[in-house]
Design a protein around this ligand. Structure first.
Ligand SMILES: Nc1ncnc2c1ncn2[C@@H]1O[C@H](COP(=O)(O)OP(=O)(O)OP(=O)(O)O)[C@@H](O)[C@H]1O
Ligand SMILES: [Mg+2]
Length: 451
């Protein structure tokens, strides 16, 4: 029985003599909060002053906990326990673990950035210095990485500032660090002074050795890494990491996240990054979807009816972005402190409209031939071959080469899954596309037969 309380209480129900509140801790109604003079609206009781005598009531429901948006950390990171545990173990084990430098790949909106965020939170809590980089296509990254490493190290370890403060002019790794003296010039502009790989190597040695002395580490996350195309930079990073992490064993862990073609970025670099493990993230299982929906609500004292949650699980097909949208819209439709079937039905419909906007925005940007290509991939089912797609469009693969490349690299709607196979990169897009009218293309140019 609550005798003294202050805060927001969701009501399970009200009868003439009792108010029954939802106890989120035990996930069950908690009886017998008797109030003599009060008003209660929309299922919420807000106790403004700590008292058992008079309760002041407002009708503000708690804010939705869901996070529908790319790069928005979900309130409950569902279905990623195994991979997160693996990474946490690697951070404990040190540079020899194969998970210490690792890739994370997956389709759009499947939760790569959210996982990186979770790793960062874990590392920061353990006192590590954290650097997060998001690759911008065509822009050099090494200089940004070098600069961010210095500023993250100095803000994590106050004393590091003393030896890193002149890094913009000159980096000297000296006596304090008990490592060989190394010098590098970082002029403030990329490409000037020493080669980036040398500057980066020396900075990594400096912060890595400092971190080791502190009993901590440095975490580098590189998001959208499939976009990294600035010549020579990956090789520069790889050679620096090879020396500093693999050979000298300094505690610098690196995680790359990107679309499913992530591994191609490292191809031909001739380095250990080519053989780096890449974990593919998939859509959420029904059970993980259930947790992603229910856990944040329970935290706030709100519950789902069973049919409501079942409807959302079936409707979201495990697509994390849609799960957050559906949770959010259902929340807005809730009845008292319960998300019932009616609320979930409306919520899911609104969420679908939102996702379809995303699909149609992408669709609008395509040429007729690109649409026909995507339509054909969607129609042919999982993982068709490019030659089947070409046949269905009555063209040769060569004639469709530019179209396919644009859909992979520019629009990011397709991905090459294995040699000669292709599939859609955006979860749920296939069923939306097949519901669109079939695209008619003009007659293909005739291919001259070789004599
Ligand atoms: N494990 C999860 N459980 C619940 N919700 C999740 C999970 N992972 C991601 N989400 C939600 O899904 C949405 C997309 O997540 P995120 O931005 O991390 O995806 P992404 O793979 O990085 O997308 P992109 O390819 O566009 O960069 C966000 O709203 C996020 O809160
Ligand atoms: Mg992302």
């Amino acid at each position: 029985m609550v005798t003294s309380f202050q805060g927001v209480i969701p009501l399970a129900y009200v009868d003439p003599i009792r108010i029954v509140v939802w106890n989120s801790r035990w996930n069950s109604p908690c009886h017998c909060l008797v109030v003599s003079t009060s008003i209660f609206l929309r299922g919420f009781l807000v106790v403004r002053r700590k008292t058992s005598q008079s309760l002041v009531v407002s009708n503000n429901p708690p804010e939705s906990p869901y996070a529908p948006g790319f790069g928005f950390t979900p309130p409950y990171l569902a279905g990623r326990d195994a991979v997160l545990a693996q990474i946490k173990r690697a951070l404990d084990q040190g540079p020899r673990s194969p998970w210490y430098i690792h890739g994370i790949s997956g389709d759009r909106g499947v939760g790569k950035t959210s996982l990186l965020n979770a790793i960062e939170v874990h590392a920061a809590k353990a006192g590590w210095s954290v650097v997060s980089l998001q690759v911008v296509p065509g822009e050099p990254q090494i200089h940004t990485l070098a600069r961010d490493l210095v500023s993250a190290a100095t803000s994590t370890w106050g004393k590091a500032a003393a030896f890193l403060k002149d890094i913009d002019i000159e980096l000297t790794v000296g006596v304090d660090l008990k490592v060989a003296k190394a010098e590098a010039k970082l002029s403030g502009k990329p490409g000037v002074g020493k080669p980036p790989s040398i500057v980066l190597r020396d900075i990594l040695i400096a912060v890595g050795s400092y971190a080791k002395d502190q009993g901590g580490g440095v975490l580098i996350t590189i998001d959208e890494a499939h976009e990294w195309n600035t010549a020579g930079e990956i090789a520069a990073l790889a050679s620096a990491l090879q020396l500093v992490v693999k050979r000298k064993n300094f505690p610098i862990a690196v995680y790359f996240a990107g679309l499913l073609n992530l591994s191609t970025v490292f191809e031909g670099a001739g380095t250990f990054l080519e053989r780096m493990g890449i974990e593919e993230l998939h859509v959420l299982t029904p059970e993980s979807t259930r947790l992603a929906l229910i856990e944040p609500a329970t935290e706030k004292g709100i519950r789902f009816d069973r049919e409501a949650v079942d409807l959302l699980i079936a409707g979201c097909e495990g697509y994390p972005y849609l799960v957050q949208l559906a949770g959010n819209f259902s929340w807005q439709e809730m009845n008292g402190s319960v998300i019932d079937l009616a609320a979930a039905t409306k919520g899911l419909a609104k969420a679908r409209i939102e996702v379809e906007k995303l699909y149609s925005d992408r669709w609008e940007k395509l040429t007729v031939l690109e649409r026909a290509y995507v339509h054909s991939v969607a129609r042919l089912g999982e993982d068709p071959t490019t030659s089947d797609v070409a046949k269905s469009l009555k063209r040769t693969q060569q004639q469709l080469g530019t179209t396919r490349d644009a859909l992979i690299n520019e629009h990011r709607l397709l991905r090459a899954t294995q040699r000669g196979h292709i599939s859609l990169a955006l979860p749920g897009f296939g069923s939306w596309v097949t519901a669109q009218p079939r695209v008619r293309t003009s007659a293909p140019a005739r291919v001259k037969k070789a004599k």
